[in-house]
Unconditional design. Structure first.
Length: 554
């Protein structure tokens, strides 16, 4: 049995003391005016009586704990606690107005428990009534820590008592949020930063092309849309010419290749005539200019004879047709003589054609009659007239044109200017009577025999390539010819000396014809030029009555 006597500061302390005593019953307690509380156990072996407020406690065989009855109280309160055990060892300590008697180690008191306010063995803390599962010290007298399954108020947002960091409550007892550095369910990544240029966005989604954020070192651009017509492609590459996508307002086309021969150039501009690139199957050429005089026309067609445009340095003319007699041949040349025309178009028949003796850029061309048959063809007719019309060659000295613009007329003679130009271009001359007799002479002898300015005649040896006189035919024979017309007052005609003795006037010892000598015709056979001032007599130029006299050069 043990008896406890204490002076209490309150009912709670009394309850603790009673529990420490271990008795099953507790008698009624009272506190007198001095603050002394007397309590006796209900055991039959224990009695209680008041103890004096001062003085040493008395101990006898039977433990008696008592408190004096009412004593006058002053400002001080004295509390005396005496504990008596059956072994008889009691220690009493008095300090000032307060006397405390403590038992030794062998004494027994209330058993420690979690919540008694004392940190006992096995306890990390004990806040007494302050223990709480959401406080610093739990109801189990353990310090609140993250992971204990208890949410520490004001400190933890959650506590799911596990070490899984990707659930709704992190291992730091914080609610899972994007940016906490832990990848939770519903997050593709979490790098704990707000940088949208790295591999993990601030929304905890993995950076991808099309998310509207440019991933540094990976994407040149990202506009967050699938439009390939703007400056950033749906592949997050910067739009550029050659990527196969037409950038609105910048490119006209983009076929993804560098081929400049298709409809879209390597510059992403639509192929057009004049861009300097030949579009296959569409353009024949493209020299990037509008010059129609070069090899490529402004419409990107190759310059050709007959296109109506003169190709400089290549064509002399181009009248857009294939007519050979209009001054521009089908070979796009400008014939200066009939021989020139024949060379350009070998199969042309005899007829009237336009020639231009001074060529392109000078005097305009004019029509002439071209003999494309006689002696190989290529002859340009200077004069045609019936017998007795006018003497041949007069126009070389006096400008006496006759139907110059009508080469097909029976009476036709070019102007002096025209004859002179043709003379300068020719090497052969032919006097043809269009009968059995004719003469063919060298153009170099055309003006042989000219005398002084006041002379109207002289003799000269003329080399005839061919001559048919009175049925006799000779080739490359020199014949004495009388030239008249060395001045403007002379008739300007050729006289063929058919009298043998007159050949000596030119220094010829023999007449040149084969066979019998040619008899000089009568005056009735050959008419004279009515305009001649020649008093020599009949002019001998054709040798058959009624023959048409032709003078041609080549």
């Amino acid at each position: 049995m043990k008896l406890c006597v204490w002076a209490s500061r309150g009912a709670f302390a009394a309850a603790i003391a009673a529990a420490g005593c271990g008795d099953s019953g507790v008698a009624a307690s009272e506190t007198d005016a001095t603050g002394t509380t007397t309590q006796a156990t209900s055991s039959g072996d224990s009695t209680s009586e008041p103890a004096p407020t001062t003085g040493a406690p008395t101990t006898s065989g039977t433990s008696t704990v008592g408190t004096d009855s009412a004593t006058a109280a002053t400002d001080d309160t004295t509390t005396t606690t005496t504990t008596t055990t059956t072994d008889g060892d009691t220690t009493t300590t008095t300090d000032g107005d307060t006397t405390t008697t403590a038992t030794d180690a062998t004494s027994t008191g209330p058993a420690p428990f979690c919540g008694d306010g004392e940190v006992d063995d096995g306890e990390a803390c004990d806040d007494g009534p302050g223990n709480a599962d959401d406080g610093n010290c739990t109801l189990a007298c353990a310090e609140a820590v993250c992971g204990d399954g208890l949410v520490h108020a004001g400190v933890e947002a959650c506590d799911d008592a596990n070490d899984v960091d990707d659930d709704a409550c992190s291992n730091t007892c914080a609610l899972a949020t994007c940016g906490d550095g832990a990848v939770e369910n519903g997050e593709a990544c979490d790098d704990a930063n707000a940088d949208d240029t790295d591999a993990c966005l601030s929304t905890c989604l993995a950076a991808t092309c099309g998310d509207g954020h440019v991933q540094a070192g990976v994407e040149p651009c990202d506009d967050g849309n699938p439009d390939d017509g703007d400056a950033c492609l749906s592949t997050c590459q910067v739009a550029s010419c050659g990527d196969g996508h037409v950038q609105d307002g910048v490119e006209q086309c983009d076929d993804g290749n560098a081929d400049d021969s298709d409809a879209c150039l390597a510059t992403c501009q639509s192929a057009i005539c004049g861009d300097g690139e030949v579009q296959a199957g569409v353009e024949e050429c493209d020299d990037a200019d509008a010059d129609d005089s070069d090899a490529c026309l402004a419409d990107c067609k190759a310059a050709t004879c007959g296109d109506g445009v003169v190709h400089t340095g290549v064509e002399q003319c181009d009248d857009g047709n294939d007519i050979d007699g209009d001054g521009c041949t089908s070979a796009c040349t400008v014939p200066t003589t009939c021989e020139d025309l024949q060379a350009a178009v070998p199969m042309l028949p005899s007829g009237v054609y336009v020639i231009d003796p001074d060529g392109v850029g000078g005097q305009a061309g004019y029509p002439v009659f071209c003999d494309m048959v006689t002696a190989g063809g290529g002859w340009t007719l200077l004069e045609r007239s019936p017998l007795g019309a006018q003497t041949i060659g007069k126009a070389l000295y006096n400008d006496l044109p006759v139907n110059a613009a009508d080469p097909a007329n029976a009476r036709h003679r070019l102007s002096k200017t025209q004859m002179t130009a043709l003379r300068d271009l020719s090497t052969d001359m032919r006097i043809d009577c269009r009968g059995e007799d004719y003469l063919l002479t060298a153009a170099g002898n055309l003006f042989n025999g000219q005398g002084g300015p006041n002379s109207c005649f002289n003799w000269s040896q003329v080399l005839y390539k061919e001559a048919r006189l009175k049925g006799n035919f000779v080739q490359n024979k020199t014949i004495c010819t009388w030239h008249v017309g060395t001045s403007e007052g002379c008739a300007g005609a050729w006289h063929i000396d058919e009298v043998a003795q007159n050949q000596y006037g030119c220094g010829l010892v023999n007449y040149p014809w084969k066979g019998a000598a040619v008899v000089s015709p009568s005056a009735d056979t050959f008419a004279t030029d009515p305009n001649t001032l020649d008093a020599v007599g009949p002019v001998h130029d054709c040798h058959k009555p009624g023959a048409a006299r032709w003078l041609m050069v080549r």
